[in-house]
Design a protein around this ligand. Structure first.
Ligand code: 5GP
Length: 177
């Protein structure tokens, strides 16, 4: 059994949450088991340990869980990209579309420097709106996004394709159809 299939078995599917028709992919069982949590983090650590990385940026909120541990292991700093209204200092913001309405994510203007090589992480890519918004924020501050990385891709929702078409380097551990 390869690591991706092994980890997939620890992702729980919750039907009709947060609303009817959605199959929510819940990563809490994977985080709860110390072995699967370690296997997961090690996949990301091994992927980037021989690259020159300056920072890891994590998307609110599940991206913080993976991103902060990854940053610690790579011995680099961590950047939180947050939903609007949570960061205290001056921010850059990016609006993106949700199923119903819009959302805004923010990052501190001094979170990184031009030329910084950053890995951007979240738990899952659905339509790609969240990850693309994070990517745009980092680009606006002049960072180089080495890769956008997630545990899960939902190919049917098109986010992975959107990002690859936009020439954003993308890595996902597993996918659900
Ligand atoms: P997108 O912006 O790509 O449409 O949605 C991805 C964002 O919504 C991520 O931040 C992710 O945490 C959250 N999300 C959407 N659907 C799911 C899901 O089924 N499982 C999990 N764990 N997160 C989801």
């Amino acid at each position: 059994l390869d690591y991706a299939s092994y980890l997939k078995g620890w992702i729980r599917t919750v039907p009709n949450w947060p609303h009817d028709g959605v199959m929510f992919r819940d990563i809490t069982p994977l985080l709860q088991n110390p072995k699967t949590f370690r296997v997961l983090i090690d996949i990301f650590v091994h992927r980037y340990m021989n690259e020159k990385i300056d920072m890891v940026a994590g998307l609110d909120a599940r991206g913080f869980i993976i991103g902060s541990v990854l940053a610690y292991e790579l011995n680099v700093g961590f950047i939180p990209i947050r939903k609007k209204g949570k960061l205290p200092f001056t921010t850059v913001e990016e609006e993106y579309e949700l199923e119903y309405g819009n959302a805004v994510v923010e990052m501190h203007t001094d979170a990184c420097k031009p030329g910084d090589r950053v890995v951007l992480v979240d738990d899952l890519i659905a339509t790609g709106g969240t990850m693309m918004a994070g990517y745009k924020l980092l680009q606006r501050l002049g960072a180089e996004v080495v890769e956008a990385a997630a545990i899960i891709e939902l190919p049917e929702l098109g986010g992975g394709k959107l990002m690859r078409d936009a020439k954003v380097p993308l890595f996902t551990v597993c996918s659900f159809n």
